[in-house]
Ligand binder design. Structure first.
Ligand code: PEP
Length: 248
């Protein structure tokens, strides 16, 4: 079983979200995989309705949330609002949130906590920049980001995913090698098992960074890679389905 998740970023409003599901052909995709897309917040409800009409195999998540339930927080979306719109998952700490919008590790921990309080499955994103990789700091950065969110992840007995997304591989066409992905995932797995015990062996670890139909099978078969988080290539229904097919 693999997780195939599509992060649509700031693409695909309600009409394009509906068109995506109208065109999505999941024939040949193995049973049992978890398929999820993350539309912009304004398109969640349209995507949820269209996903149901298309057979209900694809879940829908929110790309970001604020940790308060409601209030004077202009421009923000809360976890209960995302749930009301039909979301079941929440991306937290995507590198664009961290690096373009200055989201701190403390913010990320609060967002994970809010997602879990309201029954959204958090997908915690971690990953190093190119400079950090060149300086041999991959483990240090990934563990720092993971550790900041761990108290919120371990506070309740609910599902969560971790996505390893090296910043230098996101939207660049550069992909980590399967060996690089496995190495980072093994670091994440060891820390999770240390914190949570043997049950952490089942936490899905996703790789993200320029995943395409042509490289998905190789990445998905790497050790400790339980799924992929796909940006650009998830916007096209044929390519999203091809990546899901690559999971076997
Ligand atoms: C992402 O946005 O999480 C991502 C991995 O993007 P891309 O696949 O386009 O590199």
């Amino acid at each position: 079983m693999a997780v195939i998740a599509g992060n649509w970023k700031m693409h695909m409003g309600p009409a394009r979200a509906r068109a995506f599901f109208d065109a999505l052909d999941l024939s040949g995709v193995g049973d049992g995989h978890d398929l999820v897309v993350f539309p912009p917040a304004v398109a969640i409800e349209a995507a949820v309705g269209a996903a149901k009409r298309a057979g209900g195999r694809v879940g829908v998540g929110v790309q970001n949330l604020y940790w308060m339930d409601e209030g004077a927080f202009t421009g923000e979306t809360s976890a209960p609002m995302a749930v009301e719109a039909g979301a079941g998952f929440a991306l937290v700490g995507h590198s664009e949130r961290r690096h373009l919008f200055g989201e701190s590790e403390g913010d990320t921990a609060l967002k994970v906590g809010a997602a879990r309080r309201h029954g959204l499955v958090p997908v915690l994103c971690v990953g190093e920049t190119l400079d950090e990789r060149k300086a041999g700091r991959v483990d240090e950065v990934v563990l720092r980001q993971l550790n900041a969110a761990l108290p919120a992840l371990t506070s309740a007995d609910r599902r969560f995913f971790v996505a390893y997304e090296p910043v230098w591989a996101i939207g660049t066409g550069e992909t980590a090698t399967p060996a690089d992905a496995s190495e980072a995932h093994a670091t994440i797995r060891a820390r999770l098992v240390d914190a949570l015990g043997p049950a952490a062996a089942d936490v899905p670890l996703l790789y993200g960074g320029s995943v395409k139909p042509g490289n998905a099978a190789e990445l998905l078969s790497a050790d400790e890679v339980d799924g992929v988080l796909v940006g650009g290539a998830s916007l096209d229904p044929a390519s999203f389905a091809a990546i899901a097919r690559a999971a076997g």
